[in-house]
Design a protein around this ligand. Sequence first.
Ligand code: DOR
Ligand code: ZN
Ligand code: ZN
Length: 433
Amino acid sequence: ETFDATGLHILPGAIDVHVHFRDPGYTHKEDFESGTAAAAFGGVTTVFDMPNTIPTVADGETLKAKHAIAASKAHVDYGLYAVLGEDTIDKVSELIEAGIIGFKCYMGNTFGRIPTPSTGAMLEAFERVAPTGKRISLHAETNSVMERRQKRLTESGRSDPLAHLASRPAVVAVEAVARAAILAEWTGARIHILHISSAAELGPLRDAKARGVDITGETCPHYLMLGEADYARCRGIIRVNPPVRESVNNEPLWAGLLDGTIDMIATDHAPHTPEEKTRADIWSVDCGFPGVETQMPLMLTEVAAGRYDIRDYVRWSAVNPAKVWGLYPKKGAILPGADADLAFVDLNHAWTLRDADLQSRSKISPWDGRSVVGLPRHTMVRGRFVMKDRALVADTKGHGRSVHAIQQMPEAKPLHTDETLAAVIADRPEAAA
Ligand code: DOR
Ligand code: ZN
Ligand code: ZN
């Protein structure tokens, strides 16, 4: 059999560090098979799956059971997150032994209603994780502010989807990013800010980086490309936590990616069924929409438009995620994709995204009808095609493996010495470095 890649570009497969594949517990929304099929169609060769499945991934046994499910169903490689919260502080080593890619900390309440830790519990949890070298990814929204705003809006009888946005002003995220960064600086923990949605979050992120905090951040296509005008068009479908904000945020977020303040693109792929997404109740918990299979075409469209270079895209989609989560081989900077995790893309192919064509079980998104340029034609995972000519390759279910086994986080930063902590307290970052 010959293989012809004429006219195609070969990119490292994307690493999407933020997906919700719902397995086990909500498999009517998605499972590891449908979710990783969606990834394969999107040129994504590795996904990191979030722990808000049932039961919540908060102990070793639950994690092992989830590993078994993923191993039997996945078409692409994956990592699994575990919850870091009040109840898992004493389970940090148990969870690491059972095989995680990193921790997820819910500072704000969202789908799955995972309890949010107090600042004190976060401090303790960060202290516990710091010496392990694992990264803590944060859903950075401040619950108390969020809930008060929502209560007010409900009482005032406002049920328009824009009220959903208004209930979460950017300050909810800014405060949480700043608080997490302070705790990371204090403890030496490595952190990652998930789904950066507003220009205002860039300040505390940039400051923390300048102070030497090991902090990284991601944004998602919907925060870059959608704005308040899309609420009227999409109604409840666009509801997501954090919300899509005013379009004045779009350009600063693009600039943040280009100047390196934001390290990567992830999708927060959050499938729910059409029935769930079209409920009249705008406060329903079914927030989010599928994204893992549309990220690459959406982002490549901006390459075609000349906003940035293909190398910028690869840095955000594959190189930085691999570096940040220790998926580079120990010696030498071998690019991700070098073990033949590859996306074969037609950079000139103009097409239209259609919800009905999604591999995801959730065939409803704000992207339906959107014109894009750039098509993942084939996807290869560790040398084997899993998607070819826009069709799933037979017998690739179960080909996916957990990448925690090859993860090599850089050596853990020691906790502060009395001296460096004193420097932090005295606000002398140069002495703390
Ligand atoms: O919109 C969201 N959906 N935000 C989250 O943080 C969770 C996610 C989900 O699991 O549905
Ligand atoms: Zn989140
Ligand atoms: Zn999420």
